[in-house]
Design a protein around this ligand. Sequence first.
Ligand code: ZN
Length: 501
Amino acid sequence: MAAIEEQIQSFREYVRRMIDYKSAIALLGWDARTKLPRKGVEARSQVIGTLSTEYFSMSTSNTMGDYLTTLLVHEQDLDPVLQRTIEVLKKDFDRMSKIQVDRYEKFIVLTNTAQTVWEEAKATNDFAMFEPYLASIVDFQKEFIGYWGYEGHPYNTLLDAFEPDMTVDILDQLFAGLRQDTVALLSEIEKAQPIDDTVLSRHFDVERQREFCQHVLRKIGYDLEAGRLDESGHPFATGIAPGDVRITTRFLADFLSTSIFGVIHESGHAMYEQAIGENLRSTPLHDGASMGIHESQSRFWENIVGRSYAFWQYFYGDLQKMFPEQLADITLDQFHRAINVAKPSLIRTEADELTYNLHIMIRYEIEKGLIDGSMAVHDLPQIWRSKMKEYLGIEPPNDAEGVLQDIHWSTGDFGYFPSYSLGNIYSAQLAHAMQKELPDFDAMIARGEFAPIATWLKQHIHQHGRLLTPKQLIEKATHEPSDAKYLVAYLNDKYRTVYGI
Ligand code: ZN
């Protein structure tokens, strides 16, 4: 037994070093996106590359293989944190060791080039330029799936990398009802009286926006002593280490929603990581359970809380005081309606809460089709246009605003997109369960009492980090499997009130 105790100790130390590398990579990445002078970009990429290679080597090394083999023999005697740590690391280890190093390196080189080509193709609206790269990336995905194997649909193993246990069967079912209802609701909204949201595009002093955002952050419970708010072109949240989870936003003087809802969104991600249990420190479990669960936290705060009437009952007075000239003639009702406009649009990242999921479903269906061979890369511009027409009733005038708009395919991140809609689906289901336990949910928010909400989330989701799977988390927190009906009900409830239909 003494020998195994020593093995455990040495394994913990090995994993701690891996996590330290990850932390350094995260900090360098944060700096690269917020502070780094332009001329330092190349050297920085090299440093990040070196550390990433080191992390990757450690996670796929013979030493790691030996640890996993030895410790798995004694699995029954290990504590749950150690058991799950081994399970998570073994999954990565098995996945990576099935791919030959030279094939993986080729794939990394390809995606690095493809990102640059994609940027140019998007800027010049030239799908043909990107097409051969995308075709090669799809071929690689199929090759990797061949090594990994799969059950059911070949796309399942790609989904599993972002959302463990998620399958095409489950997703098809979740999306089917959501799509039908969203399309129906949207067509009713289009017949309703349009909402005037021009107030959001008045001039809002950036310094004051920053002040207001800090006020909101403090109030909803983002710990500014365990994080900070900075600016970047694309807002993000990043967990650097326990006690250091940072967020960024973007301030636009002529559009108020970008900073406020960006900040609330990213703080939802960050409050998740700030509340992960101390017992998971220096393990890979000190992280979100999945991309979908992570997104459920940001969207819960941004949409369900941040765009609610109750939230602005509490905050609108403060916002008006900050911007007396801009908002004097706008009532709370008008403001609440303005931040909840739903309208079909071309660009996913700018889409509203209702139409957003339709953008995701289009990408999901295309990814599935490319992987099972029922669609060809060459036909994507046409497929994109016809799906946009079918789902959203509009067609992009060019590929830059159509099939070329997202970076994900150029980086080889097939299977990622569904996470965004899963986040919406989970968030509504969690809110429903929470409201049963906190029946005066809206009244609390209207009084500016956010602590009970944060406590509920910490208890059911945050503290567990990656100790539990997404499926386990949702079923434990809501006592049922994931179901899109809560999102459908929430969207109907909200938009029927906002549009008076
Ligand atoms: Zn997010």
